[in-house]
Design a protein around this ligand. Sequence first.
Ligand code: HEM
Length: 317
Amino acid sequence: MQLPQIHSITKKMLVACVGAFLLLFLLFHMTANLFILRHDDGAWYSAFCHFMGTNWVVKIFEVILLGVVALHILLTLWLVVTNRLARPTRYQQRQRSKTHPGSKLMMWTGILIFAFLVMHFCQFYFVKIGWVKGEYMVEVEKLQTEEVNTLMQYSVQNQMTPADVVAGIESQMAMYADQLSEEEQAEIEANIASLRDAVPVADLIAQGQFSQDRKWIRHLDYSQRQMLKQTMPKCGVEPDFYYMCRELFHNPLMVILYLIAFVALFFHLRHAFPSAFQTLGLNNYKYNTAIEICGQAYTWLITLGFAAVPILVYLGL
Ligand code: HEM
């Protein structure tokens, strides 16, 4: 097999650079996840996800991030394959090297993390891009068009459902139709049609599960999301990640799977942190101890920070 020829150290440097980017992303992601632990009905976490989902700078960053994740995996595979091709026969005697045990585990922990990411993306990211169904939420303010507000007002005043309000207007229109000119009839029919279109949205608000601050309607299902996308394409319905995370970690199997992934992540990071410094030539004997300590601190912080969410949510704390 012929692979493009790039010096092994160049590939290692690329792996280290993209790895360093991922180290920063993990710190950011772990910190943001801690908002899930707040008992504020998702006010902070939903606001954060809303910002992440709507800000165009973040959207560009997200594309770069996904590219970097893919690049990290491809480069590592490429390194392994070219190293194997360079030495088709294994060493006769297995060397008792002084390498950190984590370095030998890198491939296996990497595979585990990759499997975790496939599951993780199916649970969250693919919901955001619409490939998988989830739970959704929408800002109440974005639903309050003139028609919706009129319907809501009538239905509250007359204690009727929004659909009954429209049916009532329609029957009145039928009664007085012969007294109206053709233009007046056309105008009233157009108004009734726009009120009729607003019925599902008014129903949603009437039955909606509001957040504590009544800013969001939450726990919408996929069919409600589709209805909103069709009737109000600009309303910005988005995944309810706070609720979805909390639901997910009520399932003990999911808690265990996530914790297994975090153990793999721990061993992967323990080696990755000092290794990235070494490959980029940023280490020297004076700073080695400091890099080792920072690496250990970073690895524990990330692992415990991530693990806190499933454990504490499961325990109801
Ligand atoms: C308790 C642990 C975790 C929770 C609750 C969690 C939650 C989430 C959520 C809700 C999203 C979608 C956010 C959005 O797109 O706006 C997401 C995306 C993502 N997660 Fe996690 N995550 C966890 C751990 C991890 C770990 C350990 C990794 C990496 C090894 C990871 C990598 C990613 C990536 C690459 C994305 C897509 C990029 C993004 O949308 O930010 N996550 N995660």
